[in-house]
Every structure is written in structure tokens, then in C-alpha cells.
Design a protein around this ligand. Structure first.
Ligand code: UDP
Length: 237
């Protein structure tokens, strides 16, 4: 037990996060490091929901001249592959988990049922929400915002390649300034690279804070959850 700032968190991992340095596929060594951090949260009695992206396998049309909705369904299926990989890494560490999918595939995982998800969380199981929102034209960031609202998460822990939100691309501009705190409106008005606007608006309407931090050091997951001063916090004001 510990006096962590947040009691129930929604961890959003992009698909890229699971690919480690490769940018494609799944790096199981890195996935294990993420799983170890999630285990720490569970051991501290923090309830954890997780949404994983799919960009390490498939994103949007992936540069192909194909039907958008078909491409999006491929992306949603990619998130299921990642969810199973994360589930496997967690269960190898003895963490109880459930994967719930927004598109039914009962032989593989439970369908998303909110009440069931809540019960799993109460029992200390990590619930991994897969297949995004189940709808094309959305993103897994929006899925994370939606599920965060549904499971009444205190915060969305948004793990990124960059260690917070900057006014310019820090990889390109040496004078890029990192924000400590931002309001949802500032993010939307300045078009800052946090989440897409649908996801940000959903958080704003439901008053869910978003803590953006870097996954270069997986221990940041624990630091973020216990309320250490890292990354950028996006909230009401
Ligand atoms: N996707 C979708 N609906 C959703 C979530 C995801 O259509 O609710 C598709 C979309 O094509 C997206 C892909 O799945 O590009 C992978 O998700 P995302 O790009 O959010 O993954 P990440 O960038 O977090 O790895």
C-alpha cells in the first residue's frame, strides 16, 4: 500500500511503445519492463485499466490505397494482438488480467462489458481494453478517454516517446519549451500534439486529467501514477 495520488488509472500505451526501439512489431523485453511497472501499481493497490494502440502493426491506411473503414478495422485488430502480448507479459509476472474487446471475439477475449470491467478492477485485475472504440474513424486515444470515463479513472497516464508536451517539436527545435501544465482549451487552440481533438474534447467534457510523460524510462509509469512531478499535466485550468 502507498499514498499514491491516483487510485484508479487508465494507462494509454501506443503500439509503438510495445515495439521498443524497433518501431515495428513487439519487443517482448520492453513489454516485460512495462508489465513490471504495471505490477508495481497493482501491488500498491492502484486499479489499472490499459488501452493499447496498434500503430506498431497497422495504422490507418498505412500508405495504401484502400478503403478507410477496412484499414481502420485492421488497425483495431492490431490493437488486439498488442493487448494479448501485454496480457501474456503481465500474467508471466503473476498479475491477474482480463482483455476486453470492443469487437466481439469471444474465443479470444471477453467482450467489453462495463459492469464486468468494474468488477475486475475492484478485484485488482488489470483490464486491458482492446479493439479501440470498435468504430472506424476513431483512435485508441479516444478509446482511452472513453474507457477512462466509463471506469471512472482519476487520470489518463499517456505514455509517449517524448517526455511531455512542448510548444515545438523538441527533436527538431533546440529551443522547444516544455509545458508543466496546460488546459484542455490551450491544447485544442494551440493544436498541441497531445491527443487528437476528439479524445481531448472527451476528456475536457468529463474532466479527466491527462498526464503526458516519456516512456524512455518505463519506471516513469510508476512515477506518474504516484504523483511525482514529471511530464505535462493537461487539466481544467
Ligand atoms: N482505430 C479505429 N478506431 C478506434 C481505434 C483505432 O479505427 O477506435 C484504428 C485506426 O486505423 C488507427 C489504428 O486502429 O490508426 C491504430 O490505432 P492508433 O493509431 O490509435 O494506435 P497508436 O498510434 O496508439 O499505436
Amino acid at each position: 500500500m502507498c499514498n499514491s495520488k491516483y487510485k484508479r488509472v487508465m494507462l494509454k500505451l501506443s503500439g509503438e511503445a510495445l515495439s521498443g526501439e524497433n518501431g515495428y512489431g513487439i519487443d517482448f523485453d520492453f513489454t516485460k519492463k512495462i508489465a513490471q511497472q504495471i505490477k508495481k501499481l497493482v501491488d500498491m493497490d492502484i486499479r489499472v485499466g490499459a488501452v493499447v494502440g496498434g500503430g506498431n502493426i497497422w495504422r490507418g491506411r498505412n500508405g495504401e490505397d484502400m478503403d478507410r473503414t477496412t484499414a481502420d478495422y485492421m488497425g483495431m485488430l492490431a490493437t488486439c494482438i498488442n493487448a494479448l502480448a501485454l496480457q501474456d507479459s503481465l500474467e508471466n509476472l503473476g498479475v491477474n488480467t482480463r482483455v476486453q474487446t470492443a469487437i466481439e471475439m469471444r474465443e479470444v477475449a471477453e467482450p467489453f462489458i462495463r459492469r464486468r470491467a468494474m468488477r475486475h478492477l475492484e478485484k485488482g485485475r488489470v483490464v486491458i481494453f482492446a479493439a479501440g472504440t470498435g468504430n472506424p474513424y476513431f483512435s485508441t486515444d479516444t478509446a482511452a478517454s472513453l474507457r477512462a470515463a466509463e471506469i471512472e479513472a482519476d487520470v489518463i497516464l499517456l505514455a509517449k516517446k517524448v517526455d511531455g508536451v512542448y510548444d515545438k517539436d523538441p527533436h527538431k527545435c533546440t529551443d522547444a519549451k516544455k509545458f508543466k501544465k496546460l488546459s484542455y482549451i490551450e491544447v485544442l487552440e494551440k493544436g498541441l500534439q497531445v491527443m487528437d481533438s476528439t479524445a481531448t474534447s472527451l476528456c475536457m467534457d468529463n474532466n479527466i486529467p491527462i498526464l503526458v510523460f516519456g516512456l524512455d524510462d518505463p519506471e516513469n509509469i510508476t512515477r506518474a501514477a504516484i504523483g511525482e512531478d514529471i511530464g505535462t499535466l493537461v487539466c481544467k485550468e
